[in-house]
Design a protein around this ligand. Structure first.
Ligand SMILES: NC(=O)C1=CN([C@@H]2O[C@H](COP(=O)(O)OP(=O)(O)OC[C@H]3O[C@@H](n4cnc5c(N)ncnc54)[C@H](OP(=O)(O)O)[C@@H]3O)[C@@H](O)[C@H]2O)[C@@H](O)CC1
Ligand SMILES: [K+]
Length: 627
């Protein structure tokens, strides 16, 4: 086996990460590997490196992907939009849109403000989770921009944040008085400028800048000049400190020229800008990570009149992202789990009972589709090792030399496998060019995985239904061993109530995470069982099962619709839809269970159930694995 790698110019030892998906052949001599990533030069001994080999970031290196924002954004609510292709309004146009909306188009200011404030709150919630960014200060100005801030504060309260409001120049109009009363009735604190701490970074996680919008002109007058300066100082503070509050500007970063932007270069630099109705020209100068558009009320007459190009709002969302979400390194994503310990003596003796207990908890936590499970299968050449062994082998050796501009690694054994090979690292003495240590991690992965839905579980095993001509069915016919994986994140567990629990006292809810892996052999369920389940499904799903020749290549989606429509017509009289022969269930008979529970500092619980026969009876032995 030959490994071709790029040579480092460093004279110290070099650690390299490589990987390659081997082509599906059975002969494995002289395969070449391509480099995935080379990391910085290191001058440690080989054993130092071996000590760190199983670090998860190292293992994850070949599959690094980019994820968006400070937390991953919910499904489709914030789509990427190209900022080049959208419209920006002048100050005059913004005011004109305002006049038309509230004149001939019949809107009231209250309505627009409510929708604008809701958009601001939902944009914030898209990016900054209340669990991390709960303490919000909305600084509200004297005009409608300030009104948007008051509305946003109310919605944020209902979303689970803890807002406070600084509203130094109150407008004495029924609309604004009403907004203040609403917040007061929710016990949202109002802070005067004097009440504000000198350093806002101590007390707040999010600062909503709702001082001025598109009617701002000239230079800010007191007290807003000082308030804007507080935000500017925070931007400077943020450059030198890890954690500082984020600034969210409503429509215009306050103090910026509505068209020219931050002319002096010394103004507020918000992390998020929520443009309302349509972005104003100054938004072109916004360089922060999160630009959203809100105010989902623009009718087509306005769009046509002002030739607006605005991104479409996804689904029922009140906001849409403009531009790409910032990219972060997946290896930096880290979550600390806190759960009560999972102890051997507390779990059920029978793993099916334990599974059902956790499944019920997942259901009670309101998780969507807790019956969704990853089903992994292998073809006939796969060699999955059941009974506790993981589905990979590892070998470490000292072999090979580094030649001129490539390194060759001779493996001393013939290996028969198909799948993924990761070379976790190799050490090269760049003076002698010797390969000192190479560690490879081989996954027998002509396996394939997909999500299926669990449709039944009992002492006989786990049942799901599918197409008997699909890839998984093909693999199961060649090799009936399979693995199921359940992943239940965000389970809620309530603390025990104290003996003398008084209504109104607090109950702390903890979030935790479970995984269950089940391995075993798979058989088709009896046809009558499949038949019975097939007819219990909605008629649409029954027709869908006939229409789709699963895993075959089709020329386009229209074929599915066409076939579906034909079948729908055929069975429109309500007659029995016959179950296709190629559709039915499988049952996995468990041979191994692993219950995993996330714990702090990665000291997770892992309990395995291994079947043993004692006096002719099946007994499950429970063992604990190091995390
Ligand atoms: N489609 C839409 O149109 C929608 C608009 N919406 C929202 O309305 C916003 C526009 O609101 P707006 O017109 O009330 O003006 P805004 O910018 O809040 O401030 C005006 C106040 O600031 C004052 N002020 C001005 N300059 C100042 C200075 N240098 N220093 C100190 N004060 C200064 C000014 O006082 P004046 O100078 O007039 O005495 C006045 O009191 C818009 O950006 C968006 O957020 C959404 O709610 C719904 C849909
Ligand atoms: K603003």
């Amino acid at each position: 086996m030959t490994m071709v790698i790029r040579k480092s110019s460093s004279r110290a030892m070099t650690c390299l990460f490589l990987y390659q998906l081997l082509p599906p052949t059975r002969s494995h001599h002289n395969h070449s590997f391509s480099i995935y990533k080379s990391c910085r030069s290191l001058s440690k001994t080989p054993s130092d490196f071996l000590g760190s080999i199983w670090c998860p970031t190292v293992c994850a290196a070949p599959t690094i992907r980019s994820f968006s924002s400070k937390f991953s954004e919910s499904n489709t609510t914030a789509r990427m939009q190209n900022p080049e292709s959208i419209s920006y309004l002048t100050q005059r146009e913004a005011a004109e849109v305002d006049e038309i909306l509230m004149g001939p188009l019949g809107f009231s200011v209250d309505q627009l403000m409510e929708l604008a404030g809701l958009s601001v709150a939902t944009s914030i919630a898209e990016v900054y989770k209340p669990s991390e960014y709960s303490r919000v200060l909305a600084i509200c100005g004297p005009g409608n921009n300030g009104g948007d801030g008051l509305v946003a504060a109310r919605h944020l309260h209902h979303f689970g944040y803890k807002p406070s409001v600084c509203y130094p120049k109150r407008t004495q109009k029924p609309l604004y008085n009403g907004l203040v009363t609403q917040l007061e009735s929710l016990s949202v604190p109002f802070l005067s400028v004097e009440d504000l701490p000198v350093d806002l970074s101590e007390d707040f996680d999010i600062l909503v800048d709702a001082m001025f919008g598109f009617s701002f002109h000239g230079s800010p007058r007191p007290p807003f000049d000082d308030l804007i300066q507080k935000l500017v100082q925070l931007c400077n503070f943020a450059q030198n400190h890890q954690k500082s509050p984020v600034i969210v500007s409503v429509d215009i970063p306050s103090g910026w020229h509505v068209e020219e932007g931050d002319v002096s270069g010394e103004g507020v630099k918000p992390d998020m800008l929520v443009s309302l109705t349509a972005p104003k020209l100054c938004a072109k100068r916004f360089t922060g990570p999160h630009h959203f558009l809100g105010g989902r009320f623009v009718p087509s007459s306005i769009v046509d009149k002002f030739k607006l190009h605005l991104p479409p709002y996804p689904g029922t969302s009140m906001c849409v992202r403009i531009g790409k979400p910032p990219q972060i390194d997946i290896s930096a994503l880290r979550q600390n789990y806190i759960s009560p310990e999972l102890l051997e003596e507390q779990v059920a003796a029978d793993p099916i009972d334990q599974f059902c207990k956790w499944f019920d908890e997942a259901l009670a936590s309101g998780l969507r589709e807790p019956n969704a499970m990853a089903l992994s299968t292998v073809g006939k050449d796969g060699k999955p090792q059941l009974k506790g062994a993981q589905n990979y082998v590892e070998w470490v050796g000292s072999f090979g030399v580094c030649k001129k501009d490539k390194c060759e690694l001779e493996l001393d054994k013939e290996i028969q496998f198909l799948g993924l090979v990761q070379v976790l690292f190799m050490l090269i003495d760049t003076i002698t060019q010797d390969l000192l240590v190479t560690t490879c991690h081989v996954t027998f992965c002509n396996s394939s995985s997909r999500i299926v839905l669990l449709k039944g579980v009992d002492k006989d095993g786990f049942v799901w239904y599918t197409n008997y001509e699909s890839q998984k069915a093909h693999e199961l016919s060649e090799n009936p061993q399979a693995s199921l994986l359940f992943y239940w994140d965000g389970l809620k567990r309530q603390a025990m109530l104290p003996l003398h629990f008084r209504p109104g006292s607090k109950v702390h809810i903890r979030l935790y995470k479970h995984e269950v892996r089940v391995e075993g052999s798979v058989q088709k369920v009896p046809d009558e069982e499949s038949e019975q389940y097939f007819h219990s499904r909605p008629r649409g799903s029954q027709i869908g099962a006939i229409a789709s020749k699963q895993s075959t290549i089709i020329p386009g989606r229209h074929i599915l619709h066409q076939t579906y429509k034909e079948l729908e017509g055929k069975y429109s009289d309500g007659s029995l839809i016959p179950k296709p022969k190629h559709w039915g269930g499988y049952r996995l008979k468990p041979q191994l269970f692993e219950f995993w529970q996330g714990q702090q500092s990665r000291l997770h619980d892992r309990l395995q159930y291994i079947p043993q026969e004692i006096d002719g009876k099946l007994v499950w032995k429970i063992v604990r694995l190091a995390p």
